[in-house]
Structures are given as structure tokens and as C-alpha cells.
Design a protein around this ligand. Structure first.
Ligand SMILES: [Zn+2]
Length: 433
């Protein structure tokens, strides 16, 4: 089994455990087997050593909501409200995306995420066998779902069939880096009977579910008109809350909604930048955290963000809610850091220690160069990481104990080829054929 020693100038094991002094992390196979301050003094035979005395090691970032191959639509329809953006820009272009395009678009996303320190991400899209192949090739960890829409008989049936085959082929594959979940798109694209069918399928296949819930005010109004219930109460009624569930957005949720989610243990993906850009609103994160919900942070797709930079997202989660609540103590740096790491990992159904650099945890580790001026001085390392650091500080990334980025170079990907293929697909998307 491969053994890797990472020697660093500082170590953030979790939001609670920080060593601002020379430290080390020892990995064996895909696990952290020792970590802490000082020097590793054990057996150094057969060790691959990474010496980074000017770097801090931290848990890899976890992106809890997105649509990876939408990188191909980055900038294709900005400054439009959600429904117009979807129907006039996104859907017509998506209709042209082949499986091959999904593969390259997902690799483009993996490249961007790895270079910005993300080790695990969440995806809901189409042609997911191609997307999973990209995750497998990139060395990343992925929580993937084949988007399901039940507006007509054909798409409903295909959605179930695609999800079945996707779970069968990819769940716990790629050295267990891939977790497959079911992905009903939203209550407004999945009628009640279909949501019930998805809940039953989730129980049958023993996998979790992810869905968009309460993203816009219009969605809530329509749900109240059709079902006399909020989207949260409606989703609960359709059986989704009886299954492990990740709800993306939850922007327009009431106190009753939050109580319902808490009682059922529903996880939330908070996507502040996408919600701002599409003018969806600002989620009541403070209230959701106070209620004790498990909340992670997500970028959403690159078409509504427009990047996949979790440092930006973490900082926005930490600052936005201070302004809206009038309380500078709301969502402190440590809370935002935990949401982007351990809480995010829990939100996307990873094992208990995931998102930390502690003994027994999966070895998903990001190193940041601390020599940049914005890291000086250091009163509080987590404060510097949340409020000052950025994607450009990422130098090395390890996923499942393997060095995937070394000295800012992605080891697993042919980035020139990805850039070439992206430009090629871009020209196809622009053509009117
Ligand atoms: Zn989304």
C-alpha cells in the first residue's frame, strides 16, 4: 500500500483543531493514518515525501451542489432571471450536448475545481456515464446523480431507467470515490406521483436523493397554488423526507419548513452566489444553522456563478449573512470553514470523518502557499483562509491519498486537450444547425 508523508508549515485538521507550526500528515492507501504538529519520527522507508514548509495543509473543499458540465455554458446567458435563463438560453444549448461534450465539460469542471482546492463535488446532470468516467479519470471524489424530470411519460420512464443503470454501474466505483444518488430535478418538473416513485426507488436501491427545493419565490407561490403547501411540505408529503435527502438552495423557507427539515434530518446545499446572480434571494442560513441543520456550501453550475471557486463561496457565506442579519457575529469564519469541509462532506453523505485531516479520515487534503502577502500576519489561520485566501493559493491537492495536483500542475488531466475540446464544443454550441 502506498505511503505518503506531507510535511507542512501549518496544519488545519478541522475548524476546531489548528496547528500554526510545522506539522505533518501521513497517509497510507487512501487514509490519513497520522497527523499533527512536529516531525514524523516513525519508519520512513518506502515513503513518498512532499516537503512544503511554506504551506498550510487543510481538508479538501467539498462543493455540495452543481452541474459540472455546465462549464460549457459559462457566460452564455448572463444577467437574466432564472426562468428566462433556463428556457431561452440553457435548454436550447443543452439539447446540443452529446455524451462526448458532457465528458469534456465535466473534465473542465474537475480541472477548475482541483486547481481551486476542491476534492469532492456534487453533480446533477445528463449523460452521467460520461460524467462519471470524467470523475474516475480526474481522480476526484464525486456525488453524482442523473437528473430526472417527470413532465411527460417518456422522460419520466427514461429518468427511472437511467438512474437504475447509473446506480448499478457507478455507485461506489472508481476506488469508491463515486457515490451515486437519485436526482429528481425539482417539484416543478417532477409531479407528485413521480416524486413518490423516486422515493421508493431510493429505498429499493439504498441510495440518497438530491433535489432543488424552494429556490425562487415563484416556485413557492406555484406550489401553494397547486398543492396548498410549500415546496418543502410538499416534498415531505411525497415521501422524499423519509429518505436521506440533500436539498439545494432552500432560499424561500419558512420557520415551519425549517422545523420539518430538521425533524427529518434533511441536508441543505447553500449556494449564495448563484442565488444572488439569478436574483433568487438570500437563504435564511442563520436560522437554518440555529435549527441545527446540516448545511454545506455549493457553487451551483458555472452558468449561474460563473466559476467553481469554493473560496469565493465560503467567504460569501461568511459575509453575506452578517449584512442581512445586522450581526457581525453571524456565520463566523469557523462556521463557514466547517460548512465548506466537514459539514459539506456530511451533507453529501460521505463517511463520518470526511472533510477533516484526522486519523482514519479519507486523505483528501489541500495545500495553500502561505507566502502571499495576504497571509501575513497570522493572528488566526482559519480567519486568513476564509477572509483572505483564494484559489490561486492552492499548490497541491491529494485525493484518496494520491497527489492529484503537484506544484499547481494537475497530474491526472491533459489540460491542453481539455482546453482544445472545450473550444471545439463551444463552436458547435454556437452553430445554428
Ligand atoms: Zn442547481
Amino acid at each position: 500500500m502506498s505511503r505518503t508523508l506531507i510535511e507542512v508549515g501549518a496544519l488545519v485538521q478541522s475548524a476546531e483543531q489548528v496547528w500554526n507550526e510545522p506539522s505533518y500528515v501521513l497517509c497510507e492507501g487512501d487514509r490519513v493514518i497520522a497527523a499533527g504538529p512536529g516531525q514524523y519520527t516513525g519508519d520512513k522507508r518506502d515513503l513518498t515525501v512532499f516537503k512544503r514548509p511554506q504551506s498550510v495543509a487543510m481538508p479538501g473543499l467539498v462543493n455540495t451542489h452543481g452541474h459540472a458540465a455546465m462549464t460549457l455554458l459559462r457566460g452564455a446567458g448572463d444577467d437574466l432571471p432564472l426562468q428566462t435563463w433556463l428556457t431561452e438560453r440553457v435548454f436550447p444549448m443543452e439539447a446540443k450536448l452529446t455524451g462526448d461534450a458532457i465528458y469534456w465539460g465535466t473534465l473542465l469542471a474537475c480541472w477548475e475545481m482541483l486547481r481551486s482546492g476542491t476534492t469532492c463535488y456534487t453533480d446533477m446532470y445528463m449523460s452521467m456515464h460520461n460524467a462519471a468516467q470524467a470523475v474516475s479519470d480526474s481522480g476526484m471524489r464525486g456525488v453524482l446523480s442523473w437528473g430526472m424530470v417527470g413532465l411527460d411519460e417518456t422522460s419520466a420512464t427514461n429518468g427511472i431507467a437511467n438512474s437504475r443503470s447509473f446506480v448499478k454501474t457507478w455507485h461506489k466505483q472508481a476506488d469508491r470515490r463515486i457515490t451515486v444518488t437519485l436526482g429528481p430535478h425539482a417539484p416543478y418538473t417532477c409531479p407528485p406521483a413521480y416524486l413518490r416513485e423516486v422515493a421508493d426507488l431510493s429505498a429499493e436501491l439504498d441510495v440518497a436523493i438530491q433535489i432543488h427545493l424552494s429556490e425562487t419565490r415563484a416556485e413557492v407561490e406555484e406550489s401553494l397554488r397547486l398543492y396548498n403547501k410549500t415546496p418543502i411540505a410538499h416534498a415531505a408529503d411525497c415521501g422524499l423526507f423519509e429518505r436521506p435527502l440533500l436539498a439545494a438552495h432552500c432560499v424561500h423557507v419558512s420557520a415551519d419548513d425549517i422545523e420539518l427539515m430538521k425533524a427529518a434530518g434533511v441536508h441543505v446545499a447553500h449556494n449564495p452566489q448563484s442565488n444572488l446572480k439569478l436574483a433568487s434571494g438570500i437563504a435564511p442560513l442563520v436560522q437554518m444553522k440555529q435549527a441545527g441543520l446540516t448545511v454545506g456550501i455549493g457553487t451551483d453550475g458555472a452558468a449561474s456563478n460563473n466559476n467553481l471557486d469554493m473560496f469565493e463561496e465560503m467567504r460569501l457565506a461568511a459575509t453575506l449573512h452578517k449584512a442581512t442579519s445586522g450581526d457581525a457575529a453571524a456565520i463566523p469564519a469557523r462556521t463557514a470553514f466547517a460548512m465548506a469541509t466537514a459539514d459539506g462532506a456530511a451533507a453529501v453523505f460521505q463517511e463520518p470523518l470526511a472533510g477533516t485531516v484526522t486519523v482514519g479520515a479519507p486523505a483528501d487534503i489541500t495545500l495553500l502557499d502561505m507566502q502571499s502577502p495576504h497571509f501575513l500576519p497570522t493572528y488566526d489561520l482559519i480567519s486568513n483562509i476564509v477572509y483572505s485566501a483564494g484559489a490561486d493559493d492552492v499548490t497541491d491537492v491529494f485525493v484518496a491519498g494520491k497527489p492529484v495536483v503537484v506544484h499547481r500542475e494537475v497530474q491526472t488531466l491533459d489540460t491542453e486537450r481539455i482546453a482544445y475540446e472545450t473550444k471545439r464544443i463551444h463552436s458547435v454550441l454556437l452553430s445554428h444547425s
